[in-house]
Ligand binder design. Structure first.
Ligand code: GLY
Length: 353
């Protein structure tokens, strides 16, 4: 098993990475939780594959377990689903001494984490991420949220789990589209922080070789995230670099009603577009956009976005919670493996889209 500790000023928690971990999840949770009641939150897809297994495993350690299932998909990160979840958790009689388990991808992790952070002013929770994106990004670092009709993640919190349990074997049942969705974020880590990771991903023959080596890739990504989150938990400095490709990516997702592209696909297009433009402006080393394009193609991710109504995209970007009215931070590459934050006049954003 590989372990990574996240060390914050107010909290420390482990990330455990091991194939087959889900089969002994009861024993693992027993090491960190001496209470009796566990509420498992999962989605309809994950529930049909792992729900019973996790519930039985926890019950074999004598826990009183109840599983709550939300519909799979981004629509479940809504206030309505959240209100319903509060009701169900309270009906189950959870207290601050109990434990909530988020079993699923980014939607389940964000929704459950936000519910855990606000129910009774905070109930401890653990993350068992089952998608690549959740394993390397969203389950770590404490960002939890639900969406509003005005945009994604507009009601949220920083609330860290007690532990993150990552079983790379569960990726075997992940649909290829969602493996590639996660690869958008994996490639991002290489692009902003780790040229060696980027080159390794580029050298793999494809998905098969990727999956053979996925434990190490997950470990590398989680280590980068650890370093960034420890330095800047509240997203005021270095953590913003994790948003490389996201300013345009979020706008693309919203533009197409969150239906046409996955998050990773939108980020892929965002990374390529901003880099193509920053390269043309002489900011980024020549040839960077071409290498990004090659790696995105390798992992079946789109790079070129169809013609967009620029003013609509700019309006969406202007509404992003991270931006002031007049100035905004964008993330650019000096070269592969080296990103930086550029504070620009918001009017200049149109040069980058
Ligand atoms: N997913 C970006 C962050 O955690 O800051």
């Amino acid at each position: 098993m590989s372990n990574i500790m996240i060390n914050l000023s107010h909290k420390t928690y482990p990330i455990h990475i091991e194939r087959g971990l889900i089969d002994s999840i009861g024993k693992e949770i027993k090491k960190i939780y001496g209470g009796n009641k566990i509420a498992v939150v999962t989605d309809s897809n994950v529930n049909s594959i792992y729900g019973q297994k996790v519930e039985d495993n926890l019950k074999s350690e004598d826990y009183n377990v109840k599983t709550f299932v939300v519909e799979a998909g981004e629509k479940s990160k809504s206030v309505n689903v959240l209100l319903n979840l509060y009701d169900e958790l309270l009906d189950f009689g959870v207290t601050r001494g109990d434990l909530i388990v988020a079993l699923g991808g980014g939607v389940v992790g964000d929704l459950t984490g936000f519910a855990a952070s606000t129910t009774l002013r905070g109930i401890p929770f653990v993350q068992i991420p089952t998608s690549l994106l959740a394993q390397i990004d969203s389950s770590i670092g404490g960002k939890v949220a639900v969406d509003l009709p005005k945009g994604k993640n507009l009601i949220g919190n920083f609330y860290h789990p007690e532990a993150v349990f990552i079983d790379p074997n569960v990726l075997k049942t992940l649909h290829k589209k969602f493996l590639h969705d996660g690869m958008g974020e994996v490639i991002k880590y290489g692009a902003i922080k780790d040229r060696k990771l980027f080159d390794t991903l580029l050298s793999f023959n494809g998905d098969e070789e990727l999956l053979e080596n996925i434990d190490e890739i997950i470990y590398t990504c989680c280590s980068i995230k650890k370093e960034v989150v420890e330095k800047d938990e509240k997203d005021k400095g270095d953590r913003m670099m994790l948003n490389f490709g996201h300013t345009i990516g979020h706008a693309i997702e919203k533009y197409f009603g969150y239906e046409k592209y996955t998050h990773g696909e939108a980020v892929a297009m965002g990374m390529y577009k901003i880099t193509k433009n920053s390269e043309a402006m002489g900011i980024t080393e020549k040839g960077t956009a071409e290498l990004l394009k090659q790696i995105l193609i390798k992992y079946s991710l789109p790079f070129e976005v169809e013609a967009l109504d620029k003013s609509k995209v700019l309006n969406t970007i202007a509404m992003d919670k991270k931006n002031d009215r007049d100035r905004m931070n964008i993330i650019l590459l000096n070269k592969l493996g080296e990103a930086f934050i550029k504070n620009i006049d918001s009017k200049l954003m149109e040069n980058y889209i």
